[in-house]
Design a binder for this molecule. Structure first.
Ligand code: AMP
Length: 284
């Protein structure tokens, strides 16, 4: 695996691959790689000739400077893990490479970005959309892989790619969890031992909602009550617990067709999110 720092180097490498008829898979990340990221890389590895991964802690998507400062940066271990999972190229640019002096463009996706994470973290999805658009344009992949873990981000990226006619396929990859159900996240490393236990409120809330739907209770009121009880049981105050349409991220009154339960909570100093797709007959 080769580590590249400049946009010009990535463009040259991917142009070579395209000229040789090789397909390109791309996995954008902010590093501190865990099994969730590695699952994305392995999925891309199975489908493509060239697998590109980016590690860039994008400053413009952080609304909280303390969160940006505390975000883990472990490039050496990331490079080893990405290589072991099958990546060919690691793009690790500086902030100045991505945002040189004079940079003045922001992509603002409306619709699915407006509520939940968009409301809790002003400007977050503008930062995400802008950097993802830049990375897609730099790498030019056939397929870019995103985790279901960040379901609203996935919906925002899909909306942007559709609206701007970007010629890249977007593929979702299921959420990877610890054995006890906690969704893997680079932020989990910052959880104190007692908070690690309380953090299970999120995944337990999703399981309770699933059980509620499987038991025939499909109104948002019933599903959300089942989920909220799991937060209350652990003394965790959720930022939000909502039943939404997985494409528009607008609230749904019932689980009827595709629905998504989305949850967020601050546990100790760490803000965590999770979600579960739901259908009338349970989860999928
Ligand atoms: P991040 O480094 O947090 O920006 O995440 C990079 C990519 O990995 C995003 O597409 C995330 O949705 C995905 N990802 C993060 N955590 C997980 C997980 N537990 N399971 C699957 N994908 C994940």
């Amino acid at each position: 695996m080769t580590t590249l720092r400049t946009i010009a180097e990535v463009r040259a490498a991917t142009a070579d691959a395209r000229r040789d008829g090789r397909s390109i898979g791309f996995v954008p990340t902010m590093g501190a790689l865990h099994e969730g990221h590695l699952h994305l890389i392995r999925t891309a590895r199975r489908a493509h000739d060239l697998v590109v991964i980016s590690v860039f802690v994008n400053p413009t998507q952080f609304d909280d400077p303390a969160d940006l400062a505390a975000y883990p940066r472990v490039e050496d271990t990331d490079a080893a893990a990405a290589q072991a999972a099958g990546a060919d190229l690691l793009f690790a640019p500086s902030a100045a490479e991505m945002y040189p002096d004079g940079f003045a463009t922001t992509i603002e996706v409306g619709g699915p970005s407006e509520r939940l994470e968009g409301a809790s973290r002003p400007g977050h999805f503008n930062g995400v959309a802008t950097v993802v658009c830049k990375l897609l344009s730099i790498v030019g992949p056939d397929v870019a892989y995103f985790g279901q873990k960040d379901a609203q981000q996935l919906a925002v990226v899909r909306r942007m790619v559709t609206d701007l006619n970007l010629p890249y396929a977007i593929q979702a990859v299921p959420t990877v969890r610890d054995d006890d159900g906690l969704a893997l996240s680079s932020r989990n490393a910052r959880l104190a031992a007692a908070d690690r236990e309380r953090a299970l409120a999120l995944s337990r809330a999703l399981r309770a909602a699933e059980a509620s739907v499987a038991g025939g209770r499909a109104s948002a009121e019933e599903v959300l009550a089942a989920a909220r009880a799991e937060f209350a049981a652990r003394g965790v105050e959720p930022d939000y617990v909502e039943l939404v349409d997985p494409i528009t991220f607008t609230p749904l009154p019932t689980v009827d067709g595709d629905a998504l339960l989305a949850v967020a909570a601050r546990v100790g100093d760490v803000r965590l999110i999770d979600n579960q797709p739901l259908t009338r007959n349970g989860s999928h």
